[in-house]
Design a protein around this ligand. Structure first.
Ligand code: NAP
Length: 252
């Protein structure tokens, strides 16, 4: 793959997405950091530029809005000067509540961000990949899809949908030179995890859960970024439609 490579990471302003954006920029991708949070996206892009990498922020973009997604992808092409050949669908929102209390609004919002978002992003960038005959898509799902999770039926349903989406797209896009895989993270120390801890939703502290994890620590965003870096690399071209768990041995 000799063409200049551009990567787009959604939710790149925080946690796992931030680590992935930094890693792909280090790997030599011209990296688009897309996030709803404009300030956070700009900060990540600026940090990467300070290290000598090429990165541009696309803040204030909601992945659940198709028009905003299409507009942002065009701006990414214009700013970074080429087709988008690696896409990481990482932006996601969580939810917690008894099943009978889940409202239509909450259900719809979680589906809109976690499932419609990747649908819109893939439809926006797959034409670039097809034209080039090369592409890499990584969808960040959740280890909760292996086991289910009480009080998170909406979130887990959205992420399980993303797993099925990944497998189906892999079969359809393989002949075009595009791989599609999913990483379901488990117990990664990010603002999302700490917010759940603070609200008492983890059933114990992060430290307590670390003791119960086979590798005896919470995951780091960099653990997900490392797997992602491999999946978008040239040498991962024979890996597609796979669920690559990065979870310290939990949910195996
Ligand atoms: P995080 O720290 O909350 O970061 C998520 C980022 O996505 C935030 O910057 C957020 O912006 C942004 N975002 C949210 N909704 C968006 C939207 N509609 N459009 C664009 N950007 C949006 O979360 P994280 O823990 O790094 O999680 C990243 C992904 O991993 C998520 O898909 C999550 O479900 C998945 N995951 C995480 C864990 C874990 O242990 N941490 C486990 C399983 C799965 P705002 O801050 O403005 O909302």
């Amino acid at each position: 793959m000799s063409e200049r490579r551009t990567a787009l990471v959604t939710g790149g302003g925080s946690g796992i997405g931030r680590a992935i954006a930094h890693r792909l920029a280090e790997d030599g991708f011209a990296t688009a950091v897309l996030d709803l949070n404009a300030e956070a996206a700009e900060q990540v892009a600026e940090e990467a530029r300070q290290k000598g990498h090429e990165a541009v922020a696309f803040g204030g973009v909601d992945v659940s809005d198709r028009a905003q997604v299409n507009d942002a992808v065009q701006r990414v092409r214009d700013a970074l000067g080429g087709p988008v050949l690696a896409l990481v669908n990482n932006a996601g929102v969580s939810g917690f509540g008894p099943f009978l209390k889940i409202t239509d609004e909450t259900w719809d919002r979680i589906m809109a961000v976690n499932l419609n978002g990747p649908f819109y992003l893939c439809q926006a960038v797959v034409p670039d990949m097809k034209e080039t005959g090369w592409g890499r898509i990584v969808n960040i799902s959740s280890s909760s899809t292996h086991s289910g999770q009480p009080y998170m039926a909406h979130y887990v349903a959205s992420k399980a949908g993303l797993v099925g989406f990944t497998k189906s797209l892999a079969l359809e896009l393989g002949p075009a030179g595009i791989t599609v895989n999913t990483i379901p993270p488990g117990f990664i120390d990010t603002p999302m995890l700490r917010a759940s801890e603070e609200r008492g939703l983890l059933g114990g502290s992060v430290d307590h859960h670390a003791e119960l994890t086979p590798v005896r620590r919470p995951g780091r965003p960099e653990d997900i970024a490392a797997a992602c870096s491999f999946l978008v690399s040239e040498e991962a071209g024979y890996i597609t439609g796979q669920v690559i768990g990065v979870n310290g041995g939990r949910n195996t």
